[in-house]
Design a binder for this molecule. Structure first.
Ligand code: 13P
Length: 254
């Protein structure tokens, strides 16, 4: 059965000490809780990864992830960080295909397919993001866009490899805007994604895939979103930068 997960995406926020303090607070707050998300993932900037992984050691519920990884194994790519390097400091997840990477760094579905392969080959679990822009939604293109992102980004994987992925539906118009998709809008897309996965990989794989919602998710709207049958947790931006807000979202599962 699929796991429910709440993942924080710190984006390019927090200096080293700020990151460590926030993470220590989060660890303290989630450690004794029997309720809430089964897994908590914190996706920090590269500079924090090693220290966070050390702090999380021995905590079976909390994992660490990066926010990007290069598609090559290694080599002359000044300023880039490889999947192998990320894995070597104790991180186990990597966000791939975030709309900010697609928009500001020109990441295409084809490039993301390569990044996915390299991440998996190095033992990292991708949190693979998909989602439509406002313009695409208004043009009624959202289902097509999502289908294409899946087809071109991850459908080259066989079922065993695909089973390592977590998917995240993040409508671009809901990211950082304070406008959340309604639980009906989010559920409609999540159900569509699961139906697409069933057609491609079979019902079992579809049922076992964790699909997160991201975009202005907060402690207030999380309970209703997470109560939807096909929403298995959240990928949290702004609200992951405050320990209380983030852990309240973690506890939004009951
Ligand atoms: P916000 O929660 O700040 O809208 O960001 C969502 C996001 O992009 C998570 O990856």
């Amino acid at each position: 059965m699929r796991k429910n997960i709440v993942a924080g995406n710190w984006k390019m926020n927090l200096d080293y000490n700020e990151g460590l303090s926030l993470f220590s607070e989060v660890l303290n707050m989630v450690k004794d809780e029997a309720t809430g998300a089964q897994e908590v993932v914190v996706c920090s900037p590269f500079i924090h990864l090693h220290s966070l992984a050390q702090l999380a050691k021995g905590n079976g519920r909390v994992s660490i992830g990066a926010q990007n990884a290069h598609q090559a194994e290694s080599g002359a790519y000044t300023g880039e960080v490889s999947a192998k390097q990320i894995k070597s400091v104790g991180a186990t997840y990597v966000i791939l295909g975030h709309s900010e990477r697609r928009q500001y760094f020109g990441e295409t579905n084809q490039l993301l397919a390569q990044k996915t392969d390299t991440a998996l080959a190095n033992g990292l679990k991708p949190i693979f993001c998909i989602g439509e822009t406002l313009q695409e939604r208004e043009a009624g293109q959202h289902f097509n866009i999502i289908k294409t992102q899946l087809e071109e980004g991850v459908y080259h994987l066989d079922a065993d490899k695909f089973a390592q992925l977590v998917l995240a539906y993040e409508p671009v118009w809901a990211i950082g805007t304070g406008v959340t998709a309604t639980s009906e809008q989010a559920q409609e897309i999540h159900a569509f994604i699961r139906q697409e996965l069933a057609a491609k990989y079979g019902q079992q794989v579809a049922d076992d895939t964790t699909i997160l919602y991201g975009g202005s998710c907060n402690a207030k709207n999380a309970p209703e979103l997470f109560a939807q049958p096909d929403i298995d947790g959240g990928l949290i931006g702004g609200a992951s930068l405050k320990s209380r807000d983030f852990t309240d979202i973690v506890k939004a599962f009951n």
